[in-house]
Design a protein around this ligand. Structure first.
Ligand code: ATP
Length: 335
């Protein structure tokens, strides 16, 4: 066992219970939570709908009080830190209910500098530079002068991320930052956040439902399930030890292979080839109910030379130029 270095830790959670104070009895959503967020780490917080991710993030950010236990940031108990001081240590991006009145995108981003203004009324050159840097980093310059109410959901989402970047805090917490974004923007935002952890040592925690992006970019996963403690681990370990399957109670999806569970039609084909062409051929075959096996009279060879083609070796050889043709041909055969 390797000893942990406690100077590494930007934020820790100790014996925390989160939920809602109602009239008679507390509504406990998650309890017995003990987690650490390290410097320079991108953590994806995952779990099924309604399990309490937002509730925990809001509690960590001081927006709601814990039912019991502590959040410790920069070696201080969150409950003992003023809102002004906290806003230089942590930024929070929530996506719901943004009411930015008649502001422009740039003005919204500029709100990120308010914790640093003190008694000053105007932005300093440094503030203005940070605003422009954040706008460039989040790639929102094309619509930074539009009114916030004129932005699309995805544009607004990116503008809120720019505002958090502008706040320039050692800890950033984002609730579903990619929810309204298209594929390019999702990848760009995740890469940007990952890059920030590497270049600036910031700790970034995001709640997300995007298992594929999380598995490819997170340094660590936090997993919340119903009736289990919040788990923390290395993403690949959590795939291999079944933690993700357990938390999500996965049905119809085999996480170890990253595939939807396919119904085999009992038709077997053998397959030869290499690289991504082989992977996509396998995908097309399995999606259409074919099982890859060496014990088959049908041999498929992926020819990935200049012109991609597929050769079916059976009694006579047949060559197809697309996977659609290959599958249509196989479907006509008696297995
Ligand atoms: N203000 C509130 N008062 C009482 N219960 C609430 C309140 N807000 C949320 N809840 C409940 O707390 C539970 C957790 O909600 P939360 O929004 O934290 O889940 P989540 O994991 O973020 O879900 P999702 O993935 O759907 O965003 C839910 O059962 C929800 O109904």
């Amino acid at each position: 066992m390797i000893e942990e270095d406690h100077n590494d830790i930007a934020l820790s959670i100790r014996d925390l219970a989160v939920g809602y104070r109602t009239g008679k009895q507390d509504l406990v959503i998650l309890k017995n939570i003990n987690l650490d967020l390290k410097h320079g780490e991108l953590v994806c917080f995952m779990g099924p709908n309604g399990v309490g991710k937002s509730t925990l993030l809001r509690t960590m950010a001081g927006v709601q009080n814990p039912l019991s236990g502590k959040v410790i940031i920069d070696h201080m108990d969150l409950s003992a830190i003023s809102t002004a001081e906290l806003s230089t240590k942590m930024s929070l991006v929530l996506t719901d209910g943004i009411n930015a009145g008649n502001m422009t995108g740039r003005e919204l981003v500029g709100l990120g500098r308010y914790p640093y203004l003190g008694w000053r009324v105007d932005f300093s050159n440094n503030d203005l530079q940070k605003i422009e840097e954040s706008i460039a980093l989040a790639r929102v310059s094309a619509y930074a002068d539009k009114k916030v109410h004129e932005l699309s959901d995805g544009q607004l989402q990116k503008m809120m991320i720019a505002r958090a970047l502008c706040q320039d805090t050692p800890v950033m917490i984002l609730d579903e930052p990619t929810a309204h974004l298209d594929l390019n923007n999702r990848v760009a935002i995740i890469n940007l956040l990952k890059d920030l952890t590497r270049k600036t040592g910031k700790s970034i925690l995001i709640a997300t439902h995007e298992l594929d992006l999380a598995l490819q970019s997170a340094d660590r996963l936090w997993l919340a399930g119903h009736h289990v403690p919040v788990l923390s681990g290395f993403p690949e370990d959590m795939v291999l030890n079944g933690a993700i399957d357990k938390v999500f109670e996965l049905k119809g999806f085999d996480l170890r292979t990253g595939q939807l569970k396919k119904k085999s039609l009992g038709k077997k084909v053998s397959l030869q080839g290499s690289g991504y062409q082989l992977l996509w051929t396998k995908n097309a075959l399995e999606r259409n109910g074919y099982e890859i096996s060496n014990e088959s009279e049908y041999g498929i060879v992926v020819n990935a030379s200049k012109n991609l083609s597929w050769e079916v070796k059976h009694k006579g050889n047949v060559v197809t130029n697309t996977l659609e043709e290959l599958i249509n041909y196989l479907n006509t055969q008696q297995f």
